[in-house]
Design a protein around this ligand. Structure first.
Ligand SMILES: [Ca+2]
Ligand SMILES: [Ca+2]
Length: 467
């Protein structure tokens, strides 16, 4: 019995899906069907593979996309007039309105409820934030294939069976698909090894929301000490907090003596810091985007590591918008300017390689990322796919109270010449079990309380070029 329980626990810890925007785990990915093609479940969680005729941006679509769910697989309960008769839940991408106001972006979750007001019984769709079902999908950029994840544990049902159907602009795109939900809570707490090997180079990137890093210093200290990086790439450090404040904070962590470089942007700045030997990079002193006459939030350092000279940078591209429009155009022109400066500086310092990390705000297309990946004079920069400790999610941005769903928008790119990737992860302290939290001196909600972005880390194993 004990063996059976252990096996069951092990089994339940590895869901049969990864919400990473790659579709290896799906059997019918090449099917010509549209809408929901396949489902996979793990306890109260379900993942849908969905396909659309044309590429769309799920959270920035001009027409709403609705995932209808008949939670109890009973046509007599729920909305009997819905495209999926008996639907009890609606997952709406790009809803036209939200809480009575114009929306056309983000997502919304609605539950069909009976409004039993003594005499007047009426029915309505009650609205919730997407986090009520842990709504997550990938990719966050424009695509015609998506994997969509929900956890329906907050919406109990007497039946294990549920069914679902997808509509695009009120048109049904697939016939109902049925799946089983096993009752009970899903646990994703795991033992996770955060430590790095001494011989590896650890780079972390973290958008510490609107100056949060230096606001709650004890929490930031716990997080950075646990990560124990050699290079830190920070975004959204307040311009008002001086270089000295930041270096004092880092030096008080007792993990080395730090040098930093700060972007010349206004209000919030991007910081590149290291405890290795470093020099400033003048090519980043005057980073003005001519298109909008505005400074780009990018800083850089020339770092000496072993026998290598590294050009390392922390960047923060324009936020928001979708696949077309002003914000996406700014992201593209910012990436072009950065690309040009990386090449110019690399040439001058004879860089062995480039490391670029930060908040790319990749909510439109992949174009800004592709431009940045070509920022080295040599090979295309590697874009490693990082996972949260649970091994299921790749989202680096996550805010429970938001109308937008978690997404992968932070990246660390590196030149393959620097070394091989030994370890990489997105730190979400909610995924760690008590043993790991205690060992690393972390608290369960440290990362999500600190910022809407999670810290990301890569460890590179660098070999000397010559013996
Ligand atoms: Ca996947
Ligand atoms: Ca129903």
């Amino acid at each position: 019995m004990i063996i059976f329980k252990t096996l069951l626990t092990l089994f339940s810890l590895t869901p049969p899906f990864c919400i990473d925007g790659s579709f290896k785990e799906w059997n019918y990915v090449n099917s010509s069907n549209l809408g929901i093609i396949e489902t996979k479940t793990s306890e109260s969680r379900v993942a849908f593979l969905t396909k659309f005729q044309d590429s769309i941006s799920l959270q920035n679509s001009s027409v709403p996309i609705i995932l209808w769910i008949d939670r109890d697989h009973d046509q007599k309960t729920g909305d009997i007039t819905a495209p999926l008769a008996g639907a009890d839940l609606k997952i709406i991408f790009s809803p036209s309105t939200r809480y009575g106001k114009k929306a056309n972006n983000g997502a919304s979750v609605q539950q069909y409820i009976i409004n039993d007001n003594s005499k007047n019984t009426s029915y309505k769709w009650k609205e919730y934030k997407p986090s009520i079902v842990n709504l997550t999908f990938a990719p966050t950029t424009k695509s015609n294939l998506f994997e969509i994840h929900l956890n329906v544990e907050n919406f109990k049902s007497k039946s294990n069976k549920s069914s679902a159907l997808l509509t695009l602009n009120e048109k049904i795109i697939n016939s109902p698909i049925t799946f089983n939900i096993i009752k009970g809570k899903s646990s994703n707490k795991i033992k996770f090894d955060i430590n790095k090997l001494k011989s590896n180079l650890r780079v972390i990137s973290w958008n510490g929301e609107n100056g949060a890093l230096l606001k709650n210093k004890s929490r930031s200290k716990r997080i950075i000490q646990a990560l124990n990086p050699d290079i830190i790439l920070l975004q959204e450090v307040k311009e008002s907090s001086s270089k000295e404040d930041l270096e004092n904070f880092l030096n008080n962590l007792n993990i080395g003596t730090w040098t930093s470089s700060i972007s010349n942007s206004e209000r919030i700045v991007s910081v590149t810091a290291t405890k290795l030997s470093a020099r400033s990079v003048p090519e980043f002193d005057n980073l003005i985007n001519d298109d909008i006459k505005s400074p780009v939030r990018g800083s850089a350092l020339e770092i000496k590591y072993m026998d290598k000279i590294l050009l390392v940078s922390s960047i923060h591209l324009k936020c928001c918008g979708g696949a077309t429009g002003r914000e996406e155009n700014i992201r593209i022109s910012q990436s072009k300017l950065l690309n040009e400066r990386f090449k110019k500086a690399s040439k001058r310092i004879k860089a062995s390689g480039v490391i670029i990390g930060g908040d790319f705000n990749l909510v439109g297309t992949n174009k800004p990322l592709e431009i940045l990946q070509e920022s080295s004079l040599n090979a295309t920069l590697v874009n490693p796919l990082l996972f949260q400790p649970d091994g299921v999610f790749t989202a680096t941005w996550d805010r429970d109270t938001s109308n937008f769903t978690p997404g992968r928008i932070d990246f660390i790119l590196y030149s393959p010449e620097i070394g091989s990737l030994e370890k990489s992860f997105i730190l979400d302290t909610r995924d760690l079990n008590d043993e790991t939290l205690l060992k690393m001196n972390l608290k369960e909600y440290d990362t999500t309380n600190a910022s809407d972005h999670l810290p990301i880390a890569i460890d590179l194993n660098c070999k000397r070029s010559s013996p």
